[in-house]
Design a protein around this ligand. Structure first.
Ligand code: PGA
Length: 259
């Protein structure tokens, strides 16, 4: 079991109109009130303002799912860090596997975004994870190490406290397949070792490493019971309060919630 504070984040991806997002946000505000962990939800860009107004003054942070690598300029269709901050966004998810694989974002671009977000005082959830082919080839650890090292290139010791890493095996995202708690913990431990090599033991011990990939009410407790797993980045199950609230309320080491 982790001795670090747990951090549970919901990634709403490209779902929900403003009215739907508001309904979910209101429900979560009520149900997560007084919750023991750190919470964040990341609605689509079009709902950030609506959801931000509802989250203001609550224990749920407002997050964005992506941002441009440039501060401003001629970048049709992109959303800037300044625009996100203007809406009250506190954290941004960067390097999600859907950005890496569908939209071909590479480590250099992701690193540029990470540094820009930190410069502007945003927290970052940096996602890393291997594909099934890479796992089958025994490359899972090295892929996650490479993505972590590249993603954090140029990030100072003073800034590392604003970084959360999310280990999301690509083959487990939205597929219903979850890494076993043991397999996930092994990758989390190796990522922690990388942080130790780059920033020292204190930073390695402190950094929050979330697991993502088909986290559900009935598997969250077993995952969170592992020493190196400090939270979850939740996709599908974050779209309903009935599934996200029990995940957010998990107690490590307790029997799984009935779903
Ligand atoms: P999932 O998505 O929970 O639907 O697998 C996780 C994610 O992509 O962050």
């Amino acid at each position: 079991m982790s001795t670090r504070p747990y951090y549970i984040a919901g990634n709403w991806k490209m779902h929900k109109t403003r009215a739907e997002a508001a309904e979910l946000a209101k429900d979560l505000v009520a149900r997560l009130k007084g919750g023991k962990h750190k919470y964040l939800v990341a609605p689509g860009f079009t709902s950030l303002e609506t959801v931000g107004a509802l989250l203001s003054g609550t224990n749920i942070l407002l997050g964005a799912q992506n941002m441009a690598a440039e501060e401003q300029g001629a970048h049709t269709g992109e959303v800037s860090v300044l625009q996100l901050k203007d809406l009250g966004v506190r954290a941004v998810i960067l390097g999600h596997s859907e950005r890496r694989h569908i939209y071909k974002e590479d480590d250099a671009l992701i690193n540029k975004k990470v540094k820009l977000a930190l410069t502007h005082g945003l927290e970052v959830i940096l996602c890393v994870g291997e594909t099934l082919d890479e796992r089958d080839a025994g490359q899972a650890e090295v892929v996650c190490e490479t993505q972590t090292v590249w993603g954090l290139a140029g990030v100072s010791a003073g800034e590392i406290g604003s970084i959360t890493i999310a280990y999301e095996p690509v083959w487990a995202i939205g597929t219903g397949k979850t890494a076993t708690p043991e397999d996930a913990d092994a990758i989390h431990a190796s990522i922690r070792t990388v942080i130790g090599r780059l920033y020292g033991g204190g930073a390695a011990n402190k950094i929050i490493i979330q697991y993502g990939g088909s986290v559900k009410p009935d598997n969250v407790s077993l995952l969170m019971a592992k020493e190196n797993i400090d939270g979850a980045l939740v996709g599908g199950a974050a779209l309903k309060a009935d599934t996200f609230a029990p995940i957010a309320a998990f107690a490590a080491g307790q029997p799984p919630a009935v779903s």
